[in-house]
Ligand binder design. Structure first.
Ligand code: NAG
Ligand code: NAG
Ligand code: NAG
Ligand code: NAG
Ligand code: NAG
Ligand code: NAG
Ligand code: NAG
Ligand code: NAG
Ligand code: NAG
Ligand code: NAG
Ligand code: NAG
Ligand code: NAG
Length: 415
């Protein structure tokens, strides 16, 4: 099966090669293992001076014959450097970013003394352009594929990339899984992923042979309010619950939002004296909530979310420095209004209909609730307080103005 897949990859490459005459390179590491692979086409459009104040533009392709001498494969960062012709080079550096890798900078150097490419050039220098590029979020251990044209403009040089298939940080062999660029994905609306059912299919990870790659993160339309889950943790099967939580949960990762459907979500966890844990496992995500008891108060101290977006991108985000949902030990924390919390920069937690009690649960039921500010009837006081403060400010300004006027009048009189 695996050999078959590898065969398919090479078959595809073979076809791509025959059709497009792309530039194909394999970079190996010190141990002679394949670590970077690329098959791509690049057109350069370069504008250069041919006479004083007169410039011309030439277009040429990245030739099939290149050398990769200065390419390097190291783990947090690798460089693909292609040398061609009379001292020209094109390089891309890749870095790992969590479970993803990305192309950071594309550097193109061209030797204006090369009269075959740049006839009548006034200058004989070697020029370099560098562009920070936007090839990001390529899943580790996947190939990046982009058949569409991608034009990178950088002043006097435009570079057009197309039929790109590459993989940096190859482990063992070229991956059969592909991260496709947004331009390759059909623009027709994404088939509605049924977020409200627990049977949401695991995100597709396409083979390089598939023709319809997964859509990359498109902002999801507004989701329905998630169903409130009633989660209970017991110390053992015969005792009453020691941790109880009623929550409607939604996780936002970058542009995508995902509701947690309690139906189909497995509940586990533990109750301790200082720390209790609630772990919710759906078929696309695992959410770990850690509560701490600091004698008088409890709070949500840590949140760890590991999951997969609808486009198959794996993520794992954690913050263990939180102070949310604070209430006295022996009471519960409640917030019925929709709340959102930024947990890490890409991850947002949304809660609906929240009530939790991680410590001191009696008879398996919630004790008195401490409500969040938004729920409390006092929240209507906020606009009033702001209004009062503003009118006070206006009166203050008015008084100082009147005093100022009187002073300046006496000033005029004394002249
Ligand atoms: C070229 O342009 C500069 C100013 O941009 C001007 O001073 C110079 O006379 C021009 N030379 C020619 C040959 O047109
Ligand atoms: C790339 O350059 C070649 C040679 O100039 C040209 O024939 C071809 O149409 C160009 N392709 C693209 C996609 O710009
Ligand atoms: C630039 O091109 C000229 C002419 O082809 C060549 O002599 C020179 O070595 C090249 N420069 C580099 C840095 O390769
Ligand atoms: C570039 O041109 C300058 C004069 O225009 C000349 O002195 C220099 O030797 C040239 N350099 C190369 C590498 O050809
Ligand atoms: C690069 O592309 C832009 C937009 O298509 C165009 O205006 C510009 O002339 C191009 N520059 C070169 C050097 O081809
Ligand atoms: C490709 O993706 C599938 C499904 O996620 C996974 O089981 C498999 O291990 C992946 N293969 C490689 C080579 O990463
Ligand atoms: C990937 O390829 C295997 C056979 O190589 C096939 O069984 C599987 O359905 C394919 N998966 C996708 C998502 O295309
Ligand atoms: C739970 O109760 C049943 C019946 O009373 C008993 O057989 C079982 O051992 C108990 N389990 C635990 C963990 O105490
Ligand atoms: C939970 O899901 C199962 C299977 O998807 C379904 O049969 C059942 O009716 C659902 N239960 C609720 C309460 O929605
Ligand atoms: C979050 O959970 C994942 C998977 O269980 C684990 O690998 C990771 O270490 C956890 N992160 C933190 C900060 O606890
Ligand atoms: C997050 O909550 C604030 C108020 O608490 C609200 O103004 C904002 O729109 C919410 N953001 C999202 C993305 O729902
Ligand atoms: C909370 O912590 C304090 C001190 O560690 C402990 O005495 C108390 O029993 C804990 N409360 C609960 C409900 O576990």
């Amino acid at each position: 099966m695996y050999r078959y897949a590898t065969f398919v990859v090479f078959l595809t490459l073979g076809i791509a090669f025959q059709v497009s005459h792309g530039t194909e390179v394999n970079v190996t590491d010190k141990d002679n293992q394949l670590c970077l692979f690329a098959n791509l086409m690049v057109n350069f459009s370069v504008s250069y001076e041919v006479a004083e104040n007169k410039s011309t533009t030439v277009e040429f392709e990245l030739p099939a014959k290149v050398t990769t001498d200065e390419s390097t494969c190291d783990v947090p960062s690798s460089v693909l450097k292609l040398h061609f012709g009379e001292g020209h080079s094109w390089s891309v550096n890749f870095t790992i970013n969590g479970k993803m890798y990305q192309a950071d900078t594309i550097i193109f150097s061209y030797n204006l003394s090369d009269t075959t490419l740049f006839p009548n050039s006034v200058s004989n220098e070697t020029k370099t352009v560098a562009v920070k590029h936007h090839i990001t979020d390529i899943g580790l251990d996947t190939c990046y594929s982009c058949k569409s044209k991608d034009v990178i403009e950088a002043g006097v040089v435009n570079q057009t990339l197309w039929n790109v298939l590459l993989q940096a940080f190859v482990s063992n062999s070229i991956s059969e899984n592909v991260t496709s660029c947004a331009a390759d994905t059909p623009t027709t609306p994404v088939a509605p992923t049924t977020h409200s059912t627990s049977t949401t299919t695991a995100a597709p990870v396409t083979n390089s042979t598939s023709t319809a790659p997964p859509p990359t993160t498109t902002p999801t339309p507004t989701l329905p309010t998630p169903t409130t889950g009633k989660y209970r943790i017991k110390r053992d099967e015969n005792s009453t619950a020691c941790l109880i939580a009623n929550i409607g949960l939604r996780i936002g990762f970058k542009q995508e939002e995902m509701n947690i459907d309690p139906n189909g979500t497995k509940v586990s966890g533990s109750c301790g004296v200082d720390s209790s844990e609630l772990i919710l496992t759906s078929n696309t995500m695992t959410i770990m909530l850690t509560f701490t008891n600091d004698t008088k108060k409890f709070r949500l101290h840590a949140l760890n979310v590991t999951g997969k977006t609808s486009s198959g991108v794996l993520f794992s985000e954690a913050n263990s420095n939180l102070s949310l949902w604070e209430a006295a030990v022996g009471t519960s924390y409640m917030c019925n209004k929709e709340q959102n919390y930024t947990i890490t920069s890409p991850l947002t937690l949304y809660t609906f209909d929240l009530q939790v009690q991680p410590f001191g649960v009696k008879n398996g039921a919630f004790s008195t609730a401490e409500e969040c500010f938004l729920d409390s009837d006092l929240s209507f006081l906020v606009p009033i307080a702001v209004g009062v403060a503003l009118s006070f400010l206006i009166i203050l300004v008015l008084i100082s103005y009147l005093i100022g006027r009187r002073k300046s009048r006496t000033g005029y009189q004394s002249v």
